[in-house]
Structures are given as structure tokens and as C-alpha cells.
Design a protein around this ligand. Structure first.
Ligand SMILES: [Zn+2]
Length: 252
């Protein structure tokens, strides 16, 4: 390895075209978190960097620093997630995953677990062909948990009952409670026993088994609504990519 260069793996969360033929990438790496990365000439025809500079591409990246910026010197693709790339609806969902991830990960901090979560979600959509209605809420909830927004879901937050009666998720307070234990000031959505079980799986299951369960349509719809509302209430922002995905997804 040449001096001054570092090698890392990274997934492109965003690509911005700049002057002439360059790109500025936002890349999620295990050790540095998300980093801005300039790829000189990446838009030039036959650029050896082009493949590694596409949105949602996972590569081994050779990086060097000059001044305050990092530059991409070489890229070797590891996974392109073709199954996502070739499906317009999946690509739009994956783009939302990237935007959501970018919003919760800081720069210059370890993000190995978040990177693994996102890679597994893309693999589940691309290769395993898992139901997007399952992958989306599970990814959202687990990402929030990894980012310091984990809801308390192991028992009713008020009376302590491990199986809350007529369970609800308070998306503002970030707690599960019985319908009768509702506290003022929150925003609670109804769950069922099965959607509470799915929510707990999303939060507590082993990472490798995160998407290996099935649930009926009503359960998944309820979980989707709860997860989406939880993200919106906790992060207090909307996502352009999510708004777009919701306009094109076939299953509402
Ligand atoms: Zn209770």
C-alpha cells in the first residue's frame, strides 16, 4: 500500500454530480461512519472509478487525503445489488434506506453495525426477494434502535406487564403500553399481539435472522404504520425518497 492511502469498504449512500466530470459521494464505512469522498473524473467515460461510484454500490475503496478532503483513488466493487437496481420499486425503497441511514449516522464515528444492517437489508430485497412490506419496518426499527432511538418494548412502560393488554406504541415517548395505561402528551398507535411480537423481533432478534419470519398482511401493515410514524416522530423530519416510494409502491 502506498503511503498516505487507506483502504476501507464502503457503501455509497448518495452521489452528487459536481463540476466537469467529478462526483462527490457520501459513503458509509465501518470505521469512519459516513464520509464525503471526491471521485475525480468518475463521470468520464471509461473511468475506472465509475462502477464504485454508483448509489448503493458496496466496494473496497482506496482513499487518500488532501487538505480537508478525502479523495477516491481506486475502487473495486464487492456487491452491486443488481436485484434492487433492476427493479424500480425496490430501488426507490433502497434509496430511502440510504437517505434514512445518512440522517442518523455521524461523520468520523464507527458505523460497522449500521453498515451490516443496511447491507443485510439490501441483500434481503435483492437476492432473497423478501417481502418489502416486512423488510421496510424491520429495517427502520432496527436502525433507530442502533442509532440511540430504541423504543422500550419489552413490557408496558406504565404498569410493567410483560404482555400489555390491548398493546399500543407511543411513537413520541418511544414506549409500549396497555391501552388503559395511556399517558398524556404522547401519540399512541394500536398494535395487536402479533404486531407487537413482530416489533419485538425487529428490535431484539439476531441480526442474521432479522428478516426470516412471516406475518399476515394486517400485521405487516400495522407494523409499517407504527415504524414509519415512530421514525417521523423521533427524527422530526420527512424523507423525499420515502414520499416518492409511497407514490409508486404497488402494495399500499
Ligand atoms: Zn400497562
Amino acid at each position: 500500500m502506498q503511503s498516505g492511502k487507506t483502504v476501507t469498504t464502503g457503501l455509497v449512500l448518495r452521489e452528487t454530480e459536481t463540476k466537469e466530470t467529478d462526483k462527490i459521494l457520501t459513503v458509509l464505512t465501518p470505521d469512519l461512519g459516513k464520509i464525503p469522498l471526491i471521485a475525480r473524473g468518475a463521470r468520464r467515460r471509461n473511468s475506472p472509478l465509475a462502477a464504485s461510484c454508483q448509489l448503493l454500490t458496496y466496494s473496497e475503496l482506496t482513499i487518500y487525503r488532501r487538505g480537508n478532503w478525502r479523495y477516491l483513488s481506486e475502487g473495486s466493487t464487492i456487491e452491486l445489488f443488481d436485484g434492487v437496481r433492476q427493479d424500480f420499486e425496490l430501488l426507490s425503497l433502497a434509496s430511502y434506506f440510504a437517505e434514512l441511514t445518512e440522517s442518523v449516522v455521524g461523520e468520523e464515528q464507527s458505523a460497522a453495525e449500521v453498515l451490516r444492517l443496511l447491507l443485510n437489508a439490501l441483500y434481503a430485497l435483492s437476492t432473497l426477494k423478501k417481502d418489502p412490506a416486512l423488510v421496510k419496518p424491520v429495517f427502520e426499527l432496527r436502525l433507530m434502535a442502533l442509532s440511540g432511538f430504541e423504543p422500550l418494548a419489552d413490557a408496558c412502560a406504565v404498569c410493567g406487564r410483560s404482555e400489555p393488554e390491548q398493546p399500543m406504541l407511543d411513537v413520541v415517548q418511544g414506549v409500549v403500553h396497555c391501552a388503559g395505561c395511556k399517558q398524556p402528551g404522547g401519540l399512541s398507535l394500536p398494535l395487536t399481539d402479533s404486531s407487537l411480537a413482530a416489533l419485538r423481533r425487529a428490535l431484539y432478534a439476531d441480526g442474521k435472522k432479522l428478516y426470516s419470519f412471516s406475518a399476515d398482511r394486517q400485521t405487516l401493515q400495522q407494523l409499517q404504520h407504527a415504524a414509519e410514524s415512530f421514525v417521523a416522530a423521533q427524527l422530526e423530519r420527512s424523507f423525499r425518497t420515502l414520499d416518492y416510494y409511497k407514490t409508486i409502491r404497488t402494495e399500499q
